[in-house]
Design a protein around this ligand. Sequence first.
Ligand SMILES: [Fe+2]
Length: 387
Amino acid sequence: MIATDTILDFFLQTRKHTEDICIPLETEDYVVQPVVDVSPPKWHLGHTTWFFEEFILKKYVPGYKLFNDDFSFVFNSYYETVGKRVIRSDRGNLSRPGVSQVYEYRKYVTKNLEHFITEKELSDEIHNLIEIGIHHEKQHQELLITDIKFILGNNPLLPEYSSDFKENPIENFQREWIHIPEGVYEIGHNDNTFCYDNELGRHKVFLHDFEISNKLVTNKEYIDFIEAGGYQAFYLWHAEAWDWVNQKNIKAPLYWHKIEEEWYQYTLSGLKKVILDAPVTHISYYEAFAFSQWKGLRLPTEFEWEASQAYFKWGSRWEWTESAYSPYPGYEKADGALGEYNGKFMVNQKVLRGGSVATSNHHTRHTYRNFFHPYLQWQFTGLRLAK
Ligand SMILES: [Fe+2]
């Protein structure tokens, strides 16, 4: 467990970092919601604040006065336990509360929580809740970045967010296949540091011997797939993936534009030529799978990934795995609203492992299980092959 002064610093740094992410935004950027999966930045700022107010201040500070009685309706995401809320697709229709009021809300809750952490002897339960609140906000920091990218990347002017954001680090080493011997491996979180409940239920998994690439698939390799007709070859795709390709007219990763026979991609630094040696990103699971089929290879399972991750570098792309997001044996949901954090999403989603250029510091780890629907492309997703 983290000491009180450390958790206070961790909390304050996290709150500040969220706001730092928004510095380059114009006021109008805070409000729009181009698709249902992308929330307006203003909503993320309010929702992460509501989380601390709802689950800690309201419950544990005697006489705590809510900043605004209506904000729970506006900023609750999906907690049925807490009550009714604005439906997800309507988040972009909220012109009020205004951006400045949301920043006032942040200040109010940050001050109150700072006071609470400093003044009170924290029980283990409260300490845990604050840690969850911090990590929850870090998750939203990544969503803020990817949602800002979607908002700006779907604006016809393709505006730059920041010239400093490095989203295409190159893996400057030779491809090698790492051989992992057959055996029984322990999977899941195993120490007293923070983790989410979906990483618990450490258990043994038998793995046949396999090989996994030390490198992510690059843009160059992905262009080869496009040029070989990968998006026209039905036999590489799952049935629902093939429907997706045709209905949405998918021909390349998200944010790619073909201009005079050359591939460009929208990045947070504006429209740039695709860097051939950089790892491919913004692909769906459908695309990752089809690519692996075309190569005559496959995606690793999340267990293979965890058993081999110490032998390669990870962290620039969320790596699609072949594993369905489901509970580990012995998985236990928390009581109350926080039991809704992970468990209820364990259906129809794929696990991604690793982390990305948008993941905040001290957030991910080798047992971290991210999860998304197989058609989604707007996260910094990529793939690593196995055989
Ligand atoms: Fe959330």
